[in-house]
Design a protein around this ligand. Structure first.
Ligand code: ZN
Ligand code: ZN
Length: 363
């Protein structure tokens, strides 16, 4: 069995447990996960014995190349994808069908219901996403590669930083370098925030200059082929204020202690609490408004979450970010983020850029 067959067989076990005969996969990322096919506009029907990809003629060759042996139904360009899908599951004599509630529009759902009165549709949520939380060796290797590409690019950016460089120029350089180091693209639009702009966790880089303040927050990652990495570092580009030193120290301790706590069996909430407790004890509880981390893989944000509501235990093979932050509007913020693999004996940090305060001084 290749890795895609293994994934489909794991999904079949979940479907059996849920008492559903078949599943229509309409989230393109999930289709990629289950087949290796990287195009879009295509669905996958999984029945107890068969799997059929419903696609169109633009993808005939690509499907042959990326998933040899997979049954494919190429619809005519006059047949809408939902009509083709109904034809396929009628021919497969499917009577109960799980659909992805998180990926299908209400319009598509109503359309399917009307066109297939003899099939019971079951709205499912998070089934494949649950499988995706546990990464196999292939996936972990690609996340490692994405981490290396991001780190090499950051090293180049760091050496190239100048006071007159704008945030936008820095972000563009970083993304270009990631591609030069082999990445398909950035994992998400890179964040480069100087001074007060570092207080906005999802800031978009603008015309502020690196030299406009004493520090810059950089949050970036690479997509290797399909899998992503996600890091954050703060570089000190001016004078080290006592406030920056204090805040940085608390965030670093919170991050290191939370990483140290990661092992199979601990819940996302418990890991989040380790970092949150340290930040609260230091008097910055209100300045840490987001969750501690998230799964990373085919998507930049995926399950599992490290936050106050996730009571599921971590398992071997999960890859999660650990990214505590402290933010003051008008002053800026500090966040430190690394990617961590849960292993049998505890954890392995997949990212390796230095992060002691002394290592962050540049310019
Ligand atoms: Zn990030
Ligand atoms: Zn992140």
């Amino acid at each position: 069995m290749d890795r895609f067959q293994t994934r489909r067989s794991n999904l079949r076990k979940l479907l059996k447990k849920a008492g559903v005969e078949a599943m229509l996969v309409s989230n393109y990322t999930n289709v990629t996960y289950l087949t290796g096919f990287t195009g879009d506009d295509s669905y996958l029907l999984i029945t107890p014995k068969k799997e059929i990809c419903i696609s169109d003629s633009r993808y005939t060759t690509q499907l042959e190349q990326e998933c040899p042996g997979l049954d494919v139904h190429i619809r005519a360009n006059t047949t809408p994808i939902l009509d083709a899908t109904v034809e396929v599951f009628r021919a497969a004599k499917v009577t109960s069908l799980a659909i992805e509630g998180d990926a299908m529009t209400i319009g598509a759902y109503e359309n399917l219901t009307e066109k297939s009165p003899s099939t019971t549709l079951e709205i499912s949520s998070g089934l494949i996403e649950q499988l995706r939380t546990i990464k196999d060796k292939f996936e972990i290797d690609e996340i490692r590669l994405a981490a290396r590409q991001a780190e090499r690019a950051f090293t180049v950016l760091r050496a190239s930083l100048r006071p007159e460089m704008t945030e936008k120029e820095a972000a563009d350089l970083l993304e270009h370098q990631m591609r030069l180091f082999g990445a398909k693209c950035a994992a998400f639009p890179s964040i480069v925030g100087v001074g007060p702009n570092a207080a906005l966790p999802h800031y978009r880089p603008g015309q502020a200059k690196i030299g406009d303040d004493d520090f810059v927050l950089i949050d970036w990652g690479a997509t290797a082929r399909h899998y992503r990495s996600d890091l954050t570092r703060v570089l000190v580009t001016g004078k080290m204020s006592p406030k920056l030193e204090r805040v940085y120290g608390v965030v670093l301790t919170a991050q290191q202690q939370a990483i140290a706590a990661i092992r199979p069996g601990i819940t996302g909430r418990e890991v989040d609490q380790v970092a949150r407790g340290i930040i609260a004890d230091a008097g910055f509880g209100k300045q840490f408004g987001h969750g501690l981390g998230h799964g990373v893989g085919l998507d930049i944000h995926e399950s599992p979450r490290l936050n106050a509501t996730n009571d599921r235990p971590l398992e071997v093979g999960m890859v999660i970010t650990v990214e505590p932050g402290i933010y003051f509007p008008g002053w800026g913020g500090v966040r430190i983020e690394d990617d961590v693999l849960v292993t049998k004996t505890g954890h392995e940090v997949l990212t390796s850029l230095p992060k002691q305060l002394g290592d962050m001084i540049c310019l």
